[in-house]
Design a protein around this ligand. Structure first.
Ligand SMILES: [Zn+2]
Length: 244
């Protein structure tokens, strides 16, 4: 293939823009913010699980308090009923039985109250735990939000960078002969880099040195010949700096 040397030189500018576009795409996939988001998500999930567990433990203690309150109520109702019966009975046998039951009930009441005190202390401690847990969730959530915000910022920067490069690309492409551009695009799609500067005996795309035979062929080639690298297939663009 033949192409005007000036058009070939434009390929170098195009290759530079395309390398920049590749870099932008690579960076988009490998943003450090993405890892930070992953870490923050994991942490937020852990803190939320811990908060749910703390809430469940508190609910259990709350139910235990209610159960004890219920039992105390029952004991006290029984005590009231027994006292009323003592006031109204004439039987000394029944009086004695009631007296005995009231003593048992009062021991039971004391034991329940002691249990209640202990459970209420545990409930209070659990409430403190839960409130710490809630704060930890808030902190983790806001860290996650920050990380997402930073990612969005970084992506927006990359988007605007990309838009600029694409505009540059469009104007470069507009000035290129179609067959040369098609060749460049085909190589780029297959190999990643479509063209490189030939300099110091090396292909600018793969950085490999060409052998003597290839170098001789390049020297003999007409200025408008399109020369390609035998290693990577890229168009090797010759300029006055090529050292030929
Ligand atoms: Zn090469």
């Amino acid at each position: 293939m033949k192409a005007d040397p000036a058009a070939q030189q434009r390929l170098l500018e195009l290759a530079k823009v395309d390398a920049e576009l590749n870099r932008i795409n690579h960076r988009r996939r490998t943003l450090p913010e993405l890892e930070r988001i992953g870490d923050a998500e994991r942490e937020a999930r852990e803190k939320r699980d811990a908060m749910v567990a703390a809430q469940t433990a508190l609910d259990d203690l709350q139910r235990e308090v209610e159960r004890l309150e219920n039992e105390v109520d029952q004991v006290r109702a029984r005590q009231r009923r027994d006292r009323e019966m003592m006031d109204s009975t004439g039987s000394s046998k029944q009086l004695e039985d009631l007296q005995h039951e009231l003593e048992t009930l009062s021991r039971r009441e004391a034991a329940l109250e002691e249990d209640m005190l202990e459970v209420m202390e545990r409930r209070e401690a659990q409430e403190t735990d839960l409130s710490h847990s809630r704060k930890a969730v808030e902190t983790a959530d806001s860290r996650l939000e920050d990380a997402r915000h930073q990612r969005d910022q970084a992506l927006a920067d990359l988007d605007s960078d990309e838009a600029k490069r694409l505009a540059e690309r469009e104007s470069l492409v507009a000035g290129l002969p179609e067959d040369l551009l098609n060749l460049y695009e085909r190589i780029r799609n297959q190999r990643g880099t479509g063209a490189g500067h030939f300099q110091g005996g090396r292909c600018g795309a793969c950085r490999l040195e060409v052998d003597r035979a290839a170098l001789a062929a390049i020297r003999d080639a007409a200025r408008d010949d399109v020369v390609r690298c035998e290693e990577c297939g890229a168009i090797m663009v010759r300029t006055k700096d090529s050292g030929l």
